[in-house]
Design a binder for this molecule. Sequence first.
Ligand code: NAG
Ligand code: NAG
Ligand code: NAG
Ligand code: NAG
Ligand code: NAG
Ligand code: NAG
Ligand code: NAG
Length: 631
Amino acid sequence: MSKKGLFIFSAIFLVGTLQSQVTAGIEEDKQALLDFLHNIPHSHPLNWTKDSSVCKNWTGVTCNKDQSRVVNLRLPGLGFHGLIPPNTLSRLSALEILSLRSNSISGPFPSDFSELVNLTSLYLQFNKFSGPLPSDFSVWKKLSVIDLSNNGFNGTIPSSISNLTHLTALNLANNLFSGNVPDLNISSLQELNLANNYLTGSVPQSLNKFPSWVFSGNNFSSENAMPPALPGRPPNAQPSRKTRKLSEPAILSIAIGGCVLAFALVALLMIFCYLNKGDESGFVAKPHKKESSKKGASESQDKSNRLSFFEGCSFAFDLEDLLRASAEVLGKGTFGTTYKAALEDATTMVVKRLKEVTVGKREFEQQMEIVGGIKHENVAALRAYYYSKDEKLMVYDFYDQGSVSAMLHGKRGEGRTPIDWETRLRIAIGASRGIAHIHTQNDGKLIHGNIRASNVFLNSKGYGCISDIGLVTLMSPMPPPAMRAAGYRAPEVNDTRKASHASDVYSFGVLLLELLTGKSPVHATGTEQVVHLVRWVNSVVREEWTAEVFDVELLKYPNIEEEMVEMLQLGMECVARMPEQRPNILDVVKRLEEVRQVNTGNRPSSDSKSELSLSTPKSDTKEMGTSSLPQ
Ligand SMILES: *[C@@H]1O[C@H](CO)[C@@H](O)[C@H](O)[C@H]1NC(C)=O
Ligand SMILES: *[C@@H]1O[C@H](CO)[C@@H](O)[C@H](O)[C@H]1NC(C)=O
Ligand SMILES: *[C@@H]1O[C@H](CO)[C@@H](O)[C@H](O)[C@H]1NC(C)=O
Ligand SMILES: *[C@@H]1O[C@H](CO)[C@@H](O)[C@H](O)[C@H]1NC(C)=O
Ligand SMILES: *[C@@H]1O[C@H](CO)[C@@H](O)[C@H](O)[C@H]1NC(C)=O
Ligand SMILES: *[C@@H]1O[C@H](CO)[C@@H](O)[C@H](O)[C@H]1NC(C)=O
Ligand SMILES: *[C@@H]1O[C@H](CO)[C@@H](O)[C@H](O)[C@H]1NC(C)=O
């Protein structure tokens, strides 16, 4: 550019700047917002009316102290779709916090956002943005929080991000970024997530302080002790810091003392804000907690949608607590994702975020009231629930020993204490009692519908305690089972997609077999063959009756063979192909309770009979159990 040209350019620029300084004010901001709203389709109404006060009465809008400018704009989950109309939001030049998370906004990163020079927090997560990021991030000198996760952004991560000296949080997870990660040597950076992109090369030294999961799901070269990257990108990437790390129930480790509405609420809201809507409060923004929390409440579009708590808990809840909580994915199941929500005081709740709920609010609430009303020592108490158009949450107690699935299948070998036989018996007895109780509820119409080891916990007495009740009713037809859940589903349910008491008994039978064999209902063998537990047990038992079927961890306990055989017999009856051939759950309870009684007192003292009872081939499985008992 010639000098003259440069001069003219600067002059125009200057005039432009002056002009905007002169004219920028609350009325201009208001007009900019209206221009935005009128030019972007949205599926939820927004009460921005021309004659009301933009600072006082507009949802999602916050002004500065003297109400001369709009400084925060939070419009999460309003169903915005299409492109951000150009030259609308960019006119809010005093904007500091912009949240458009959890909409369906598409198109490229709006180039005119470069005019929002005072931006400190940018939340665009959970949209459908695509294309590359602007190469120059240095224009946002004050940026502290960037959450662009769960979009379709591609190209490389701009190296200019490393110029953001105030950056505390950067979340780019679940996009299509490729290429190398720039050296983001930013001392203020506390939170980072780059998981599930197509990044390559090696992780820069300066980022080694972050845990490995933040880089997972990429194609980094192995020299940086990376954990095994998860294959591919999950179809429905869940928002969470730890998400994909645990695809099955796993981690459990905090006791819940007593009852905990506070936590529930906190957990709920936390999940609600942070995970579901992908909120700013969760992922990020320790520095912005205050603002977030103040806004948090007013962000909710529908005030009537509150958490509903069940009796027996008193709560005092504070959004600040909530925002300090952290969440972790425990498992992903057929009906949704389960999170462990931990508060700073080490209290923990389990929050289940349901997907594919097909019933309306009323029906949902009715079902929750039924489930929440169950008080039984073998049924995990539902503490609270939340229903809104976009989110359905359930809050349960957290069991510190973890699920039976985690106990059985978690970390075999290395210094693990196997679950002994008595514990397994108590798990079975407790769970069966819980199911029997469930089957009496709602005039005998309540169905569990999702019995599996990951939904069974140990209560304070060490007996099984069953969770996750009655969700099938909320989703009809039943969603196809998650891979791990498939092995529990009764054959007829696969056709009819309808659960019943008999299908619950089938699932419980699979659980019994799982307790006996220590094997997952569906598991791969070395040859990558998928093995269905029920089929496998049937075939082993049919061919030759050996101890092979039992968990090797159980074989060291003496004198339990006949009890195991008894339970095996019962388990196999429960998984009978025809529903009408399966026993009633009350019979199952009774027989399980008798497994031990039968054998106490007159248990043979020698080991010799065990060989006998375990190795007698049987062609008729129906008789196997009893006939192999020593006379
Ligand atoms: C819009 O909704 C918010 C929150 O529900 C309320 O505080 C505000 O007064 C409403 N504004 C108008 C113009 O109705
Ligand atoms: C606007 O907000 C003020 C207080 O913030 C309230 O008194 C008034 O009723 C609101 N107006 C509308 C239309 O909601
Ligand atoms: C940006 O923030 C600074 C400091 O808070 C303020 O002086 C300035 O006026 C703001 N810029 C705009 C365009 O509002
Ligand atoms: C990024 O995505 C756009 C379409 O959204 C595509 O045209 C472009 O080629 C992609 N770029 C890269 C580097 O993959
Ligand atoms: C960082 O900013 C400096 C000066 O503003 C600029 O020279 C440099 O190119 C920027 N770095 C990146 C990586 O953009
Ligand atoms: C990061 O930058 C600091 C100075 O700003 C420097 O001392 C340090 O060595 C850098 N670290 C890496 C890993 O580049
Ligand atoms: C990952 O990198 C390896 C070697 O660099 C390459 O062979 C492979 O195709 C890459 N995978 C993907 C999914 O890009």
